[in-house]
Design a protein around this ligand. Structure first.
Ligand code: PMP
Length: 427
Protein backbone atom coordinates (compact mmCIF):
# COMPACT_ATOMS: atom_id res chain seq x y z
CA UNK A 1 0.00 0.00 0.00
CA UNK A 2 1.38 3.41 -0.92
CA UNK A 3 1.57 6.15 1.67
CA UNK A 4 -1.07 8.09 -0.29
CA UNK A 5 -3.46 5.12 -0.13
CA UNK A 6 -2.91 4.91 3.60
CA UNK A 7 -3.42 8.67 4.10
CA UNK A 8 -6.49 8.69 1.86
CA UNK A 9 -8.08 5.92 3.94
CA UNK A 10 -7.40 7.90 7.12
CA UNK A 11 -8.71 11.14 5.62
CA UNK A 12 -11.98 9.51 4.63
CA UNK A 13 -12.69 8.75 8.26
CA UNK A 14 -12.91 12.43 9.11
CA UNK A 15 -13.40 14.41 5.89
CA UNK A 16 -16.25 13.76 3.41
CA UNK A 17 -14.65 11.78 0.59
CA UNK A 18 -11.27 12.46 2.19
CA UNK A 19 -10.92 15.83 0.43
CA UNK A 20 -11.84 19.45 0.93
CA UNK A 21 -12.66 20.10 -2.73
CA UNK A 22 -14.27 17.34 -4.81
CA UNK A 23 -12.01 17.15 -7.92
CA UNK A 24 -9.07 16.29 -5.69
CA UNK A 25 -10.63 12.89 -4.95
CA UNK A 26 -9.73 11.53 -8.44
CA UNK A 27 -13.37 10.58 -8.86
CA UNK A 28 -13.32 11.26 -12.61
CA UNK A 29 -10.12 9.33 -13.35
CA UNK A 30 -10.38 6.66 -10.64
CA UNK A 31 -7.61 5.56 -8.29
CA UNK A 32 -6.14 7.19 -5.22
CA UNK A 33 -5.30 10.89 -5.08
CA UNK A 34 -1.68 11.71 -4.41
CA UNK A 35 -1.16 13.19 -0.98
CA UNK A 36 1.38 15.95 -1.38
CA UNK A 37 4.10 16.58 1.13
CA UNK A 38 5.93 19.44 -0.52
CA UNK A 39 6.42 21.27 -3.79
CA UNK A 40 9.25 23.16 -5.38
CA UNK A 41 9.24 25.00 -8.70
CA UNK A 42 7.71 22.76 -11.35
CA UNK A 43 7.61 19.72 -9.07
CA UNK A 44 5.28 18.11 -6.59
CA UNK A 45 6.54 15.47 -4.15
CA UNK A 46 4.02 13.02 -2.76
CA UNK A 47 3.93 11.32 0.62
CA UNK A 48 6.21 8.57 -0.76
CA UNK A 49 8.63 11.28 -1.91
CA UNK A 50 7.93 10.54 -5.59
CA UNK A 51 8.57 13.55 -7.83
CA UNK A 52 6.02 14.72 -10.44
CA UNK A 53 6.26 17.45 -13.07
CA UNK A 54 3.18 19.44 -12.13
CA UNK A 55 0.84 20.99 -14.74
CA UNK A 56 -1.92 21.72 -12.21
CA UNK A 57 0.05 24.29 -10.23
CA UNK A 58 -2.59 24.40 -7.48
CA UNK A 59 -5.22 24.85 -10.24
CA UNK A 60 -3.53 27.94 -11.61
CA UNK A 61 -2.19 30.24 -8.88
CA UNK A 62 1.43 29.13 -8.97
CA UNK A 63 2.41 30.94 -12.15
CA UNK A 64 5.96 31.33 -10.79
CA UNK A 65 6.10 27.68 -9.80
CA UNK A 66 5.84 26.35 -6.26
CA UNK A 67 7.55 27.92 -3.26
CA UNK A 68 9.24 30.74 -5.16
CA UNK A 69 11.93 32.06 -2.77
CA UNK A 70 10.83 35.71 -3.04
CA UNK A 71 7.20 34.86 -2.30
CA UNK A 72 8.13 32.60 0.60
CA UNK A 73 10.46 35.26 2.06
CA UNK A 74 7.68 37.87 1.89
CA UNK A 75 5.21 35.52 3.57
CA UNK A 76 7.64 34.54 6.34
CA UNK A 77 8.57 38.16 7.04
CA UNK A 78 4.92 39.24 7.17
CA UNK A 79 3.90 36.29 9.37
CA UNK A 80 6.41 37.45 11.96
CA UNK A 81 4.55 40.77 12.18
CA UNK A 82 1.16 39.16 12.76
CA UNK A 83 -1.24 36.97 10.80
CA UNK A 84 -4.40 39.08 10.76
CA UNK A 85 -5.52 42.39 12.22
CA UNK A 86 -9.12 42.93 11.08
CA UNK A 87 -8.10 46.52 10.41
CA UNK A 88 -6.76 48.18 7.27
CA UNK A 89 -3.13 47.83 6.22
CA UNK A 90 -1.14 49.65 3.56
CA UNK A 91 -0.50 46.28 1.91
CA UNK A 92 -4.12 46.16 0.73
CA UNK A 93 -3.78 49.57 -0.89
CA UNK A 94 -0.55 48.51 -2.51
CA UNK A 95 -2.09 45.39 -4.08
CA UNK A 96 -5.25 47.28 -5.06
CA UNK A 97 -3.15 50.05 -6.63
CA UNK A 98 -1.17 47.42 -8.58
CA UNK A 99 -4.35 45.87 -9.98
CA UNK A 100 -5.91 49.24 -10.87
CA UNK A 101 -2.68 50.37 -12.53
CA UNK A 102 -2.32 47.24 -14.64
CA UNK A 103 -5.97 46.61 -15.55
CA UNK A 104 -7.58 49.52 -17.43
CA UNK A 105 -11.14 48.46 -16.49
CA UNK A 106 -10.48 48.53 -12.78
CA UNK A 107 -11.11 51.83 -10.94
CA UNK A 108 -11.82 50.32 -7.52
CA UNK A 109 -11.26 46.83 -6.17
CA UNK A 110 -12.38 44.89 -3.10
CA UNK A 111 -10.49 41.85 -1.76
CA UNK A 112 -12.17 38.66 -0.61
CA UNK A 113 -10.87 35.18 0.27
CA UNK A 114 -11.80 33.02 -2.72
CA UNK A 115 -13.00 33.07 -6.29
CA UNK A 116 -16.43 31.93 -5.11
CA UNK A 117 -16.77 35.00 -2.90
CA UNK A 118 -15.57 37.27 -5.69
CA UNK A 119 -18.17 36.08 -8.23
CA UNK A 120 -20.96 35.85 -5.66
CA UNK A 121 -20.29 39.45 -4.59
CA UNK A 122 -20.02 40.68 -8.18
CA UNK A 123 -23.41 39.13 -8.98
CA UNK A 124 -24.98 40.79 -5.93
CA UNK A 125 -23.44 44.08 -6.95
CA UNK A 126 -24.71 43.78 -10.54
CA UNK A 127 -28.19 43.09 -9.21
CA UNK A 128 -28.02 45.93 -6.69
CA UNK A 129 -26.73 48.36 -9.28
CA UNK A 130 -29.30 47.53 -11.96
CA UNK A 131 -32.25 46.71 -9.70
CA UNK A 132 -32.79 43.55 -11.79
CA UNK A 133 -32.66 39.88 -10.72
CA UNK A 134 -31.80 37.72 -13.71
CA UNK A 135 -28.27 36.78 -14.63
CA UNK A 136 -26.88 35.01 -17.66
CA UNK A 137 -24.14 32.40 -17.51
CA UNK A 138 -22.80 29.81 -19.94
CA UNK A 139 -22.91 26.03 -19.82
CA UNK A 140 -19.56 24.58 -18.84
CA UNK A 141 -18.33 27.78 -17.18
CA UNK A 142 -17.70 27.49 -13.46
CA UNK A 143 -17.84 30.53 -11.22
CA UNK A 144 -17.55 28.96 -7.79
CA UNK A 145 -20.27 27.27 -5.78
CA UNK A 146 -22.62 30.06 -4.70
CA UNK A 147 -26.32 29.22 -5.17
CA UNK A 148 -27.03 31.53 -8.09
CA UNK A 149 -24.11 30.13 -10.06
CA UNK A 150 -24.63 26.41 -9.44
CA UNK A 151 -27.27 26.24 -12.09
CA UNK A 152 -27.49 24.40 -15.40
CA UNK A 153 -29.59 25.11 -18.43
CA UNK A 154 -33.06 23.70 -18.73
CA UNK A 155 -33.90 22.02 -22.00
CA UNK A 156 -34.25 25.10 -24.19
CA UNK A 157 -31.92 28.07 -24.07
CA UNK A 158 -34.61 30.33 -22.68
CA UNK A 159 -36.09 28.01 -20.08
CA UNK A 160 -35.27 28.99 -16.54
CA UNK A 161 -32.36 27.28 -14.87
CA UNK A 162 -32.52 24.14 -12.82
CA UNK A 163 -30.26 23.74 -9.78
CA UNK A 164 -27.25 21.55 -10.50
CA UNK A 165 -26.94 20.65 -6.83
CA UNK A 166 -29.48 19.70 -4.18
CA UNK A 167 -29.69 22.55 -1.70
CA UNK A 168 -29.93 25.28 -4.32
CA UNK A 169 -33.50 26.63 -4.09
CA UNK A 170 -35.47 26.48 -7.35
CA UNK A 171 -36.42 30.12 -6.70
CA UNK A 172 -32.74 31.10 -6.89
CA UNK A 173 -32.10 28.99 -10.00
CA UNK A 174 -35.11 30.60 -11.67
CA UNK A 175 -33.13 33.80 -11.97
CA UNK A 176 -30.13 32.19 -13.65
CA UNK A 177 -30.27 31.73 -17.40
CA UNK A 178 -27.71 29.33 -18.88
CA UNK A 179 -26.75 29.68 -22.55
CA UNK A 180 -24.28 27.86 -24.79
CA UNK A 181 -20.70 29.13 -24.77
CA UNK A 182 -19.62 30.68 -28.08
CA UNK A 183 -23.26 30.84 -29.28
CA UNK A 184 -23.77 34.44 -30.37
CA UNK A 185 -27.31 33.86 -31.67
CA UNK A 186 -28.40 32.33 -28.36
CA UNK A 187 -27.20 35.45 -26.53
CA UNK A 188 -29.01 37.81 -28.88
CA UNK A 189 -32.26 35.80 -28.71
CA UNK A 190 -32.11 35.74 -24.92
CA UNK A 191 -31.66 39.50 -24.67
CA UNK A 192 -34.39 40.18 -27.23
CA UNK A 193 -36.80 38.32 -25.00
CA UNK A 194 -35.62 39.16 -21.47
CA UNK A 195 -33.05 41.95 -21.86
CA UNK A 196 -34.83 44.44 -19.60
CA UNK A 197 -34.85 41.94 -16.71
CA UNK A 198 -31.19 40.93 -16.94
CA UNK A 199 -28.80 42.38 -14.34
CA UNK A 200 -25.69 41.04 -15.99
CA UNK A 201 -23.74 38.40 -17.82
CA UNK A 202 -20.98 36.45 -16.12
CA UNK A 203 -18.51 34.64 -18.34
CA UNK A 204 -15.09 33.04 -18.28
CA UNK A 205 -13.46 34.94 -21.16
CA UNK A 206 -11.45 31.79 -21.84
CA UNK A 207 -13.36 28.86 -20.38
CA UNK A 208 -11.06 26.87 -18.12
CA UNK A 209 -13.52 24.68 -16.30
CA UNK A 210 -14.61 22.58 -19.27
CA UNK A 211 -11.03 21.88 -20.29
CA UNK A 212 -9.69 24.95 -22.17
CA UNK A 213 -12.09 26.65 -24.59
CA UNK A 214 -11.06 30.03 -26.01
CA UNK A 215 -13.80 32.39 -27.21
CA UNK A 216 -14.59 32.33 -30.92
CA UNK A 217 -14.09 35.70 -32.64
CA UNK A 218 -17.15 37.89 -31.99
CA UNK A 219 -18.46 36.00 -28.95
CA UNK A 220 -17.14 38.27 -26.20
CA UNK A 221 -17.74 41.33 -28.36
CA UNK A 222 -21.41 40.35 -28.65
CA UNK A 223 -21.67 40.10 -24.86
CA UNK A 224 -20.32 43.64 -24.57
CA UNK A 225 -22.72 44.85 -27.22
CA UNK A 226 -25.90 43.41 -25.67
CA UNK A 227 -24.90 44.60 -22.20
CA UNK A 228 -24.52 48.12 -23.57
CA UNK A 229 -27.77 47.91 -25.46
CA UNK A 230 -29.84 46.63 -22.53
CA UNK A 231 -28.04 48.30 -19.60
CA UNK A 232 -26.74 45.02 -18.15
CA UNK A 233 -23.41 44.59 -16.33
CA UNK A 234 -20.70 42.55 -18.06
CA UNK A 235 -18.77 40.54 -15.48
CA UNK A 236 -15.60 38.93 -16.80
CA UNK A 237 -14.67 36.13 -14.44
CA UNK A 238 -10.88 36.18 -14.68
CA UNK A 239 -10.29 34.13 -11.52
CA UNK A 240 -8.45 31.64 -13.71
CA UNK A 241 -7.41 33.73 -16.72
CA UNK A 242 -6.17 36.77 -14.76
CA UNK A 243 -2.35 36.97 -14.95
CA UNK A 244 -2.51 33.66 -16.86
CA UNK A 245 -3.64 34.47 -20.39
CA UNK A 246 -1.58 37.66 -20.21
CA UNK A 247 -0.46 40.27 -17.69
CA UNK A 248 -3.85 41.93 -18.20
CA UNK A 249 -5.80 38.70 -18.41
CA UNK A 250 -8.13 37.74 -21.22
CA UNK A 251 -9.62 41.23 -21.36
CA UNK A 252 -6.24 42.71 -22.18
CA UNK A 253 -5.49 39.92 -24.62
CA UNK A 254 -8.78 40.28 -26.51
CA UNK A 255 -9.09 44.05 -26.03
CA UNK A 256 -12.35 43.84 -24.11
CA UNK A 257 -13.97 46.30 -21.74
CA UNK A 258 -15.42 44.76 -18.57
CA UNK A 259 -17.85 46.49 -16.21
CA UNK A 260 -16.77 44.21 -13.38
CA UNK A 261 -13.89 41.76 -13.20
CA UNK A 262 -13.39 38.95 -10.74
CA UNK A 263 -9.91 37.73 -9.87
CA UNK A 264 -8.37 35.04 -7.65
CA UNK A 265 -5.65 32.40 -7.88
CA UNK A 266 -2.50 34.21 -9.19
CA UNK A 267 -3.20 37.47 -7.31
CA UNK A 268 -2.79 35.58 -4.04
CA UNK A 269 0.36 33.76 -5.09
CA UNK A 270 -1.00 30.55 -3.56
CA UNK A 271 -2.63 32.11 -0.49
CA UNK A 272 -6.44 32.33 -0.33
CA UNK A 273 -7.35 35.59 -2.10
CA UNK A 274 -10.06 36.73 -4.46
CA UNK A 275 -11.07 40.17 -5.68
CA UNK A 276 -13.79 41.93 -7.59
CA UNK A 277 -13.42 45.34 -9.11
CA UNK A 278 -14.38 47.54 -11.99
CA UNK A 279 -16.06 50.76 -12.92
CA UNK A 280 -16.14 53.36 -10.17
CA UNK A 281 -19.81 54.08 -10.61
CA UNK A 282 -20.69 50.43 -9.98
CA UNK A 283 -18.11 49.74 -7.26
CA UNK A 284 -19.31 52.80 -5.31
CA UNK A 285 -22.53 50.89 -4.63
CA UNK A 286 -20.62 48.56 -2.26
CA UNK A 287 -20.77 49.10 1.53
CA UNK A 288 -19.63 51.26 3.26
CA UNK A 289 -19.90 53.70 0.30
CA UNK A 290 -23.17 52.29 -0.98
CA UNK A 291 -26.09 50.05 0.03
CA UNK A 292 -24.91 46.68 -1.42
CA UNK A 293 -23.54 44.72 1.52
CA UNK A 294 -20.35 42.67 1.36
CA UNK A 295 -17.75 41.94 4.06
CA UNK A 296 -15.07 39.52 5.32
CA UNK A 297 -13.23 38.98 8.62
CA UNK A 298 -10.04 37.81 6.90
CA UNK A 299 -10.45 39.81 3.67
CA UNK A 300 -7.27 41.63 2.68
CA UNK A 301 -5.31 39.33 4.97
CA UNK A 302 -1.76 40.73 5.26
CA UNK A 303 0.05 37.43 4.61
CA UNK A 304 -2.06 36.85 1.51
CA UNK A 305 -1.47 40.42 0.34
CA UNK A 306 2.32 40.12 0.50
CA UNK A 307 2.22 36.79 -1.35
CA UNK A 308 0.17 38.47 -4.09
CA UNK A 309 2.41 41.54 -4.19
CA UNK A 310 5.60 39.49 -4.48
CA UNK A 311 4.02 37.37 -7.25
CA UNK A 312 2.77 40.33 -9.26
CA UNK A 313 6.13 42.12 -8.96
CA UNK A 314 7.78 39.13 -10.62
CA UNK A 315 5.22 38.58 -13.38
CA UNK A 316 5.47 42.26 -14.35
CA UNK A 317 9.09 41.71 -15.46
CA UNK A 318 9.54 42.36 -19.20
CA UNK A 319 9.32 39.17 -21.24
CA UNK A 320 7.73 37.10 -18.45
CA UNK A 321 4.59 36.18 -20.41
CA UNK A 322 6.39 35.81 -23.74
CA UNK A 323 8.56 33.10 -22.20
CA UNK A 324 5.67 31.43 -20.40
CA UNK A 325 3.52 31.35 -23.53
CA UNK A 326 6.41 30.10 -25.70
CA UNK A 327 6.90 27.19 -23.30
CA UNK A 328 3.19 26.41 -23.34
CA UNK A 329 3.22 26.45 -27.14
CA UNK A 330 6.19 24.07 -27.22
CA UNK A 331 4.50 21.64 -24.84
CA UNK A 332 1.23 21.65 -26.77
CA UNK A 333 2.98 21.29 -30.14
CA UNK A 334 5.03 18.37 -28.77
CA UNK A 335 1.96 16.58 -27.39
CA UNK A 336 0.09 17.05 -30.68
CA UNK A 337 3.08 15.69 -32.58
CA UNK A 338 3.31 12.68 -30.26
CA UNK A 339 -0.42 11.98 -30.60
CA UNK A 340 -0.27 12.18 -34.38
CA UNK A 341 2.78 9.94 -34.57
CA UNK A 342 0.97 7.31 -32.50
CA UNK A 343 -2.16 7.61 -34.68
CA UNK A 344 -4.29 8.75 -31.71
CA UNK A 345 -7.19 11.12 -32.54
CA UNK A 346 -6.13 14.05 -30.42
CA UNK A 347 -6.48 17.84 -30.52
CA UNK A 348 -5.54 20.73 -28.24
CA UNK A 349 -6.53 24.27 -27.29
CA UNK A 350 -4.43 26.95 -25.63
CA UNK A 351 -4.64 30.51 -24.42
CA UNK A 352 -1.57 32.15 -22.92
CA UNK A 353 -0.21 29.75 -20.31
CA UNK A 354 -3.42 27.68 -20.15
CA UNK A 355 -3.88 24.62 -22.31
CA UNK A 356 -6.14 21.62 -22.76
CA UNK A 357 -6.25 18.55 -24.93
CA UNK A 358 -8.99 16.30 -26.17
CA UNK A 359 -9.25 12.72 -27.34
CA UNK A 360 -11.49 13.31 -30.32
CA UNK A 361 -11.68 13.14 -34.12
CA UNK A 362 -13.06 16.70 -34.19
CA UNK A 363 -10.63 19.31 -35.49
CA UNK A 364 -11.80 22.04 -33.07
CA UNK A 365 -13.56 21.98 -29.72
CA UNK A 366 -15.54 25.13 -28.92
CA UNK A 367 -18.31 24.24 -26.48
CA UNK A 368 -19.47 22.05 -23.60
CA UNK A 369 -21.36 19.49 -25.69
CA UNK A 370 -18.25 18.80 -27.73
CA UNK A 371 -16.12 18.45 -24.59
CA UNK A 372 -18.55 15.93 -23.16
CA UNK A 373 -18.50 13.92 -26.39
CA UNK A 374 -14.72 13.34 -26.18
CA UNK A 375 -13.31 9.94 -25.24
CA UNK A 376 -13.03 10.48 -21.49
CA UNK A 377 -12.15 6.86 -20.78
CA UNK A 378 -9.11 7.20 -23.01
CA UNK A 379 -8.20 10.43 -21.21
CA UNK A 380 -8.37 8.58 -17.90
CA UNK A 381 -5.99 5.91 -19.16
CA UNK A 382 -3.69 8.63 -20.50
CA UNK A 383 -3.83 10.45 -17.15
CA UNK A 384 -2.79 7.36 -15.20
CA UNK A 385 -0.10 6.53 -17.76
CA UNK A 386 1.37 10.01 -17.37
CA UNK A 387 1.17 9.77 -13.59
CA UNK A 388 3.18 6.54 -13.72
CA UNK A 389 5.71 8.43 -15.84
CA UNK A 390 5.98 11.16 -13.18
CA UNK A 391 3.79 13.80 -14.84
CA UNK A 392 0.89 15.25 -12.86
CA UNK A 393 -2.00 16.43 -15.03
CA UNK A 394 -5.37 17.66 -13.79
CA UNK A 395 -7.31 14.57 -12.70
CA UNK A 396 -10.28 15.11 -15.05
CA UNK A 397 -10.65 15.66 -18.79
CA UNK A 398 -12.68 18.85 -18.30
CA UNK A 399 -9.93 20.80 -16.54
CA UNK A 400 -7.32 23.14 -18.04
CA UNK A 401 -3.58 22.64 -17.64
CA UNK A 402 -1.15 25.32 -16.49
CA UNK A 403 2.47 26.12 -17.31
CA UNK A 404 4.68 27.86 -14.75
CA UNK A 405 7.79 29.98 -15.06
CA UNK A 406 9.68 27.25 -13.20
CA UNK A 407 9.17 24.58 -15.89
CA UNK A 408 12.41 24.11 -17.81
CA UNK A 409 12.91 23.02 -21.40
CA UNK A 410 14.09 19.71 -19.97
CA UNK A 411 10.82 19.30 -18.03
CA UNK A 412 8.87 19.94 -21.22
CA UNK A 413 11.00 17.48 -23.20
CA UNK A 414 10.55 14.88 -20.45
CA UNK A 415 6.80 15.42 -20.55
CA UNK A 416 6.63 14.97 -24.33
CA UNK A 417 8.80 11.84 -24.19
CA UNK A 418 6.57 10.47 -21.42
CA UNK A 419 3.50 11.18 -23.58
CA UNK A 420 5.11 9.34 -26.52
CA UNK A 421 5.57 6.27 -24.33
CA UNK A 422 2.03 6.48 -22.94
CA UNK A 423 0.48 7.03 -26.39
CA UNK A 424 2.34 3.97 -27.67
CA UNK A 425 0.65 1.72 -25.12
CA UNK A 426 -2.74 3.50 -25.06
CA UNK A 427 -5.70 1.51 -26.36
N1 PMP B 1 -14.25 31.36 -11.20
C1 PMP B 1 -13.44 30.62 -11.97
C2 PMP B 1 -13.28 30.98 -13.39
C3 PMP B 1 -12.75 29.54 -11.42
O1 PMP B 1 -11.93 28.82 -12.20
C4 PMP B 1 -12.92 29.22 -10.05
C5 PMP B 1 -12.19 28.06 -9.40
N2 PMP B 1 -11.56 27.18 -10.19
C6 PMP B 1 -13.79 30.02 -9.29
C7 PMP B 1 -14.43 31.08 -9.89
C8 PMP B 1 -14.00 29.73 -7.84
O2 PMP B 1 -12.85 30.01 -7.13
P1 PMP B 1 -12.57 29.34 -5.70
O3 PMP B 1 -12.37 27.88 -5.93
O4 PMP B 1 -11.36 30.06 -5.21
O5 PMP B 1 -13.77 29.62 -4.85
Amino acid sequence: MSKSEQLFAQAQQFIPGGVNSPVRAFQAVGGTPLFIRRADGAYLYDADNQRYIDYVQSWGPMVLGHAHPEVIAAVVAQAQSGLSFGAPTELETELAETLCRLWPNMDLVRFVNSGTEATMSAIRLARGYTGRDKIVKFEGCYHGHSDALLVKAGSGALTMGVPSSPGVPAAVADNTITLNYNDVEGVRACFRELGDQIAGIIVEPVAGNMNCIPPLPGFLETLREVCDQYGAVLILDEVMTGFRVSLTGAQGYYGLEADLTTLGKVIGGGMPVGAFGGKREIMEQIAPLGPVYQAGTLSGNPVAMVAGLATLRLVEAPGFYEQLVAKTDRLVAGLLRAGRAAGIPFTANKAGSMFGFFFTEEPQITNYQQVMACDNKRFNRFFHGMLEEGVYLAPASYEAGFMSAAHTEKDIEETITAAERVFARLD
